[in-house]
Design a protein around this ligand. Structure first.
Ligand code: ATP
Ligand code: MG
Length: 630
């Protein structure tokens, strides 16, 4: 058996990739945890003969899932890539669509509300018109679901006022009723509902658990209670969980992550061997690693880990840079000058090799302005991956609908979107009647149309949708296009391409990146599969630009050059952190920032940000002084 898929791993990584599950790999940043997890998936398929669809592989963001699929495609030498690679939410959404009948609280043919839609429901139910308040209430409800809790107790809730907590707790039943009435669930329900269902129904739990024989989870330190419980329930019959993570990078406590779950992994899986360590870092220079180790050592709760460079004799790398400037505008200029210098020194350098990592979005605004002023392309990376425009979602839905069998309930969502766009005036009440009829018959929406008790005109509205889908299917069958051409074809047939000619430039760019992302799929069915899991990240096809993003967003990523501005006490650590007992988590966020850097690290702070006189962040002092000098 060829072992090409394990080539280049160091002995510790190799042992981890081959270890018996359950197994935790607990290791510092850049030590190859994600790499090892990917190789293990390849090994399960190629060497141990595991069926690709028997593997459930969970990553933290859609972008990370897309990256993992791409790496697996390359490593698997033509063997099938697992279908179940995605975020917790994406894989559970798919499971519920395929096999969610009978889950309490899950409406048949359910829609998944966006954050904004869920907030609108909260505001309606609570009667508030204050968007901020609606958002805060939704956050509390979300945290409660993430803890599987009926009351808002625990450290994640301490940042809210007691009155607001009481109000949110009282709101929960009405909020759930309102969701059900809309035939919808929110994001957190995608985890909380199935966990509750499995806890209550042993047969359902056994059926779902039997789908997978291997479960792999990246970034385990940031799982919340519901996600951790979900993994336990799905792994119950076989215990085959392979988790990787770094408790020193746990940065989502404020969103309900429980770092104790990774620290106590072996208590939850008593049959597991001791956690494996990886200590060789392949990412950063020696100076950056020394800085990271020193900062991590200040976290007294963390499990001890040290990072050492891959090559013992490698040069230490340039000193860490620290700039003190007077105002936020000057900080913008300093960042622009720094990036221009880096680029001059290294002609092949891409703009996207230089990242500006932020504790808070407002620090980035003057920097973005200064970069643009200096003619350096830059973009602010959104905190959540934004939904593509509805035109593109509709084209994808038409394609999915066209290529699904009529009885396939997993195409219900595509059917719903195709009915809604381009607008053909199907009333919501009529759609709701079809949905009820389909639920009564236990059928998919498409299959329920022929016997739908309605007037011939009403039925004809749905039949014309299905007719058009069949036309697209026929075109695809005769022309056998690749994924990008198929998407284009669906857009044209559905009448979505017409608006394209005089569309605003943003929409045209979005179409282009949607086509480019489709073109990256090896074939049409892989593309449809990725769509179903929400992992068609178009990130890789954006024009080259310096990314500005929050440190939370940068988790798991790496850049040749990292710039961290805004290092003032009060900004970072956040001024409320100390009172809320959140200093250790702030420090871990700083550690995440440092460890994103491969070659250089540049820090700055501003003496007068807005009105106040600032002091440099206390975290800067935790980096040994000699690392700042050449
Ligand atoms: P993080 O904690 O930030 O998520 P990680 O532990 O997941 O980091 P990876 O992203 O898997 O680390 O790896 C860091 C870098 O090191 C990547 O560029 C990866 O390709 C490289 N790398 C990992 N293992 C090896 C190896 N054995 N040989 C060479 N390069 C490696
Ligand atoms: Mg990783």
């Amino acid at each position: 058996m060829s072992e090409a898929h394990l080539e280049g791993l160091n002995p510790a990584q190799r042992a981890a990739a081959l270890a018996e599950a359950p197994q935790l790999v607990l290791a510092g940043a850049g030590s190859g945890k994600t790499e090892t997890l990917t190789r293990r998936v390849a090994d399960l398929i190629l060497r141990r003969g595991e069926g690709a669809d028997r593997i459930l592989c969970i990553t933290f963001t859609a972008k990370a899932a897309a990256e993992m699929r791409a790496r697996l495609t390359a490593r698997l030498e033509g063997a099938a890539v697992p279908r179940w690679v995605g975020t917790f939410h994406a894989v559970m959404a798919r499971l519920l669509v395929e096999d969610g009948a009978g889950v309490p609280g899950l409406p048949p043919g359910f829609a998944i509300l966006s954050q904004a839609e869920a907030r609108a429901v909260v505001m309606q139910v609570s009667g508030t018109r204050d968007v901020q308040e609606g958002a805060a209430l939704l956050e509390i409800l979300s945290l409660m679901k993430g803890r599987l809790a009926r009351t808002p107790h625990g450290h994640a809730f301490t940042r809210f006022e007691p009155e607001l907590l009481a109000q949110a707790a009282a709101l929960m039943p009405d909020y759930q009723t309102a969701l059900t009435a809309r035939g919808a669930v929110d994001f957190d329900d995608l985890i909380a509902l199935p966990v509750r269902a499995m806890q209550a129904d042993k047969d359902l739990a056994a059926r779902w658990a039997a789908r997978w024989s291997e479960i792999l989870v990246d970034e385990y330190q940031d799982t919340n209670v519901a996600q951790h419980r979900l993994v336990q329930l799905l792994a119950k019959p076989h215990g085959r969980v392979f988790a990787v993570g770094d408790d020193s990078q746990s940065i989502y406590g404020w969103r309900g992550a429980e770092v104790a779950q990774i620290r106590n992994f072996n208590r939850f899986y008593p049959q597991a061997a001791e956690p494996l360590r990886l200590e060789v870092n392949y990412r950063s220079t020696r100076r950056i690693l020394l800085a990271a180790n020193a900062v991590a050592a200040c976290d007294r709760q963390a499990l001890r880990k040290t990072l050492r460079p891959a090559e013992a004799k490698a040069p230490p790398g340039p000193p860490i840079a620290l700039a003190a400037v007077e105002t936020a505008d000057e900080e913008g200029l300093a960042v622009a000058a720094r990036i221009a210098t880096l680029r001059r020194a290294e002609p092949g350098l891409l703009w996207s090799d230089c990242a500006v990592l932020l504790r808070a979005g407002f620090v980035g605004e003057p920097i973005l302005a200064a970069l643009r002023q200096a003619g350096i392309p830059a973009r602010m990376v959104a905190e959540r991956e934004p939904d593509p425009p509805r035109d593109i979602l509709a084209a994808q839905a038409w394609l999915r609908l066209a290529l699904s069998a009529p009885e396939d309930a997993s195409a219900d969502d595509a059917f719903r979107r195709a009915c809604a766009f381009p607008k053909r005036g199907i009333p919501g009440s009529l759609f709701a009647r079809l949905r009820d009829h389909a639920a009564e018959q236990g059928m998919s929406l498409a299959a329920a149309v022929p016997l739908f008790p309605a007037t011939p005109e009403e039925r004809a509205q749905f039949e014309s949708v299905l007719q058009l889908a069949r036309t697209i299917a026929r075109d695809v069958a005769t022309r056998r296009p690749g994924a990008a051409d198929a998407l284009q074809l669906a857009a044209a047939r559905a009448g979505l391409a017409e608006g394209l000619r005089d569309a605003p430039s943003g929409l045209i760019a979005a179409w282009e990146s949607a086509f480019a992302a489709a073109a990256q799929s090896p074939n049409l069915s892989a593309y449809l599969d990725a769509l179903a899991l929400g992992v068609t990240s178009a990130d890789g096809v954006q024009p080259d630009a310096v990314p500005l993003m929050t440190l939370h967003r940068a988790k798991g990523l790496e850049f040749a050059h990292v710039l961290m501005p805004g290092l003032e006490d009060g900004v970072f650590p956040h001024f409320k952190a100390e009172a809320q007992g959140a200093l250790p988590e702030e420090r871990r966020l700083f550690y995440v920032g440092i460890t994103r850097a491969k070659q250089t690290l540049w820090l700055s702070w501003v003496r007068r940000r807005r009105e106040w006189n600032a002091r440099p962040s206390r975290f800067i002092d935790e980096i040994p002084a000699q690392l700042f000098h050449g």
